[in-house]
Design a protein around this ligand. Structure first.
Ligand code: FMN
Length: 204
């Protein structure tokens, strides 16, 4: 049986649009983005409007919601053109969540969460030691979509270097049971990545 569908005009309510997007597009991967300000202050924040775009060159994207003043991550990417995406695992999920608090610009989420900044090779933004996968990125484009409430900006970045914990990968294949990534659902809900099934694609 097919149920009757609610038909929604997005012009009605941005708040409802947001709820529909975050409840429908699930699970979302989480980019734990580390940046540095021009003055040298480290910043770390999670973004679940995140995905890969293509592999040659390797390009990823994440989006920051509009706010005035801008979120520190976006301000730092605009100012420096660089950032690091760190993958969030079960082990660091709670510390990631601590980093999503709206702390004043002077406060480093590394200190708040106890996570450890370590130097990157090609960018000034630090990596998160406790995350098994770090991607050093350079911003290719920042697309400012809208400055209305719940508007946002899309950051497109090229991965300049991957850092992969050797214990979770073999021949460039990441073992999901060792990675234990978490994803974001609607509201305050998260998902683990342990319940999986396989489907072989048709050979046509
Ligand atoms: C799991 C998770 C995912 C989030 N995803 C986003 C997102 O995609 N875009 C966004 O603007 N904020 C997102 N947030 C909220 C930001 O992390 C929060 O606004 C943070 O304080 C921004 O930090 P900053 O000002 O240091 O950049 C998310 C929060 C959590 C906990």
């Amino acid at each position: 049986m097919v149920n009757k569908k609610l038909v929604v005009d997005p012009a009605e309510s941005a708040a409802n649009n947001y709820k529909l997007l975050i409840g429908s597009i699930v699970p979302r991967p989480i980019a734990f983005v580390s940046t540095v300000s021009p003055a040298g202050a480290y910043n770390l924040a999670p973004f679940s409007f995140f995905n890969a775009v293509c592999a040659e060159p390797p390009v990823i994207t994440f989006a920051a919601g509009y706010r005035e003043p801008s979120k520190d991550t976006l301000a730092n990417v605009r100012a420096t053109g660089e950032f690091v995406v760190n993958i969030v695992t079960e082990e660091i999920a709670e510390r990631m969540n601590l980093c999503s608090g709206e702390y004043p610009a002077g406060v480093s989420e590394f200190e708040v969460s106890g996570l450890t900044p370590i130097a990157s090779g090609l960018v000034r933004a630090p990596r998160v030691l406790e995350s098994p996968i770090n991607m050093e990125c350079r911003a290719l484009q920042i697309l400012d979509i809208s400055t209305r409430p719940r508007g946002g900006s899309l950051v497109v970045g090229e991965v300049l270097r991957f850092h992969i914990d050797e214990a979770i990968a073999s021949n460039f294949r990441i073992d999901p049971d060792r990675l234990r990534a978490v994803g974001r659902m609607g509201g305050d809900q998260y998902t683990r990545t342990r319940d999986r099934f396989q489907m072989i694609r048709p050979q046509v």
